[in-house]
Design a protein around this ligand. Structure first.
Ligand SMILES: Cc1cc2nc3c(=O)[nH]c(=O)nc-3n(C[C@H](O)[C@H](O)[C@H](O)COP(=O)(O)OP(=O)(O)OC[C@H]3O[C@@H](n4cnc5c(N)ncnc54)[C@H](O)[C@@H]3O)c2cc1C
Length: 259
């Protein structure tokens, strides 16, 4: 690639996990009081995308699907250094499970002529970890999951990953285009540069696409979602025995007693 890779990073807006509760009567998440924030693992995906651009050139485009307010997470990505952002928003997307969500993101990645698509390991609100593999499946692209480290090899059109596997790690080389699910906490996300952050919040306007722009209007939404939610129940907190200690020595003694 003469001009570097087209790198797309998928970011999702989620309710702040500290503010979310479950309505005990309906079993549904109470999201309304929670602040909407960028999914924490996606900071690692953005950092990996920006590092890849530093290694091999190219552009980083942040991509999100959600309501119009989801554009706020694109501002975070642009503030950190992404070149541009695309918001997929349409009432037709409402009720989509991971399959149509992955489809819309996959079509957008194709539209952006992506060489590398990055996502987080999972979200803090649904936590399926299915979306990056779903994008790869819809487009028939290679996938690298549970990634700890990436090495760009632009001269070979390949991306090499160190992947977490049970009991150790493996190194895998993938041909482009490739979808990467970056492991949570595997790098240190940079803080936004002040001037870039001001640009992101005052001047930046994302490109907006709806379902018909992507040609998926009949393949998204509740009707196109194979997941069936059978029910949800809340568990009462288990009462735990508590006692106060006056010193570290006394604490050590008590821990010794229960071992
Ligand atoms: C029947 C059903 C109906 C649903 N209806 C709705 C609804 O009406 N509204 C709603 O908000 N949710 C709805 N959901 C939840 C929605 O399907 C998931 O939030 C979505 O598919 C992403 O799955 P996840 O959060 O598990 O992502 P994961 O697979 O855990 O996410 C991994 C990574 O994929 C990327 N990613 C995930 N989602 C997005 C996204 N939207 N945009 C960009 N990148 C993304 C991120 O990089 C993320 O770190 C519904 C789910 C079901 C089962």
């Amino acid at each position: 690639m003469d001009n570097g890779w087209n790198i797309v990073v998928c970011v999702k807006q989620v309710p702040d996990a500290d503010d979310v509760s479950i309505d005990p009567d309906t079993g549904r998440l109470n999201r309304s009081d929670a602040e909407a924030v960028l999914n924490s693992p996606d900071y690692n995906a953005i950092e990996a995308a920006l590092s890849l651009r530093e290694a091999g050139g190219g552009t980083v485009t942040a991509l999100t699907m959600g309501p119009p307010t989801a554009g706020e997470v694109l501002q975070v990505a642009v503030g950190m250094g992404a070149d541009d952002g695309v918001l997929l928003t349409d009432r037709a997307f409402g009720g989509s499970d991971t399959w149509p969500t992955s489809l819309a993101l996959a079509r957008a990645a194709e539209e952006l002529d992506a060489d590398v698509v990055l996502g987080g390991e999972e979200t803090t609100d649904s936590s399926t970890g299915q979306v990056p593999p779903g994008i790869a499946a819809h487009n028939g692209w290679a996938q690298l999951t549970y990634v700890e480290e990436l090495e760009a090899r632009p001269e070979e059109d390949r991306l090499v990953a160190r992947r977490d596997v049970e009991g150790g790690y493996e190194r895998v080389a993938a041909e482009l285009p490739v979808v990467v699910a970056m492991g949570f906490g595997e790098n240190t996300p940079r803080t936004a540069d002040l001037h870039r952050k001001i640009y992101a919040e005052t001047e930046f306007e994302p490109t907006e696409w709806d379902a018909s722009d992507l040609g998926v209007e009949d393949e998204v939404g509740m009707a196109a979602s194979p997941t069936q939610v059978g029910g949800m129940a809340t568990a009462d907190p288990v009462p735990r025995e508590q006692s106060m200690v006056d010193s570290a020595d006394e604490l050590a003694e008590k821990i010794g007693e229960v071992r």
